[in-house]
Design a protein around this ligand. Structure first.
Ligand code: CA
Length: 238
């Protein structure tokens, strides 16, 4: 079913969660601190994270912010405080849903199903293969935030990944710089250099240059497009 990371410092709650989730055929890993959680999500791909807000090392909002800095994995926050202001703040900070303790197994299952369904729809099909975006030899998995080129895993920063995924969703379409800034950088204005710098890093990782592009094409003054490399034709006019 789903790969779940349980972040909970209370041993009793933690064992109960692990037992219920395992019984529901999920694969579960669990940690007791926010820092361990950050290390886990950086190393292992999860489908959903259940995050306790009362952790010994980091404040819940802080933990969520740091998680969001490295992954788009759906996060369900579990809180003992039924505090509407706090919950709204966390939902705005990138939590996908919340549960107020003590919660029932049924409640947890329903929230998890809803969050997983949303994550899958936004990533395309139900099937694991379909949600991967493919352009030429590129395979981009938005859920796992992984990209491969010709079967080799690319080591991308968060921004490089976002940029690549954004362009790959519209292969062959010239995306204006303004739109890239708004969608990838979430800025309404900015320096063109920001985009250029990230593009050049991304190009290097894709093994190409601006002078001889394969996937990434810059149209001066217009924007950027990503498309599968043109086949080399020996008889093509130079
Ligand atoms: Ca706790």
């Amino acid at each position: 079913m789903a790969r779940v990371l349980v972040v909970e410092d209370d041993q009793f709650v933690r064992s109960a969660l692990i037992r219920h989730l395992t019984e529901a055929a999920h694969t579960v890993r669990s940690v007791g601190t926010a820092l361990e959680a950050l290390r886990e999500v950086a190393q292992v791909g999860f489908d959903v994270v259940i995050l306790d807000l009362g952790l010994p090392d980091l404040d819940g909002a802080e933990a969520l912010k740091m998680l969001r800095g490295i992954t788009d994995v759906p996060v369900i926050i579990a809180t003992a405080r039924d505090d509407e202001t706090e919950i709204v703040r966390l939902l705005n900070a990138g939590a996908d849903d919340y549960l107020v303790k003590p919660f029932s197994v049924e409640h947890l299952s329903a929230r998890m199903a809803a969050v997983l369904r949303r994550a899958r729809t936004s990533g395309a099909g139900e099937d694991g293969e379909e949600r991967v975006i493919r352009v030429g030899g590129l395979a981009i998995d938005p859920l796992r935030r992984q990209a491969e080129l010709d079967g080799a895993l690319l080591d991308l920063t968060r921004r490089e990944f976002d940029l690549l995924a954004f362009l790959a969703r519209r292969p062959g379409v010239v995306v204006p710089r303004r739109e890239l800034l708004a969608e990838v950088w979430q800025q309404s204005y900015g320096d063109d250099q920001t985009i250029d710098v990230h593009l050049s890093w991304l190009r290097r990782k894709l093994g190409e240059t601006a002078a001889s592009p394969r996937y990434l094409h810059t149209l001066r003054g217009v924007g950027v497009k990503l498309e599968p490399p043109q086949r080399q034709r020996p008889d093509a006019p130079r």
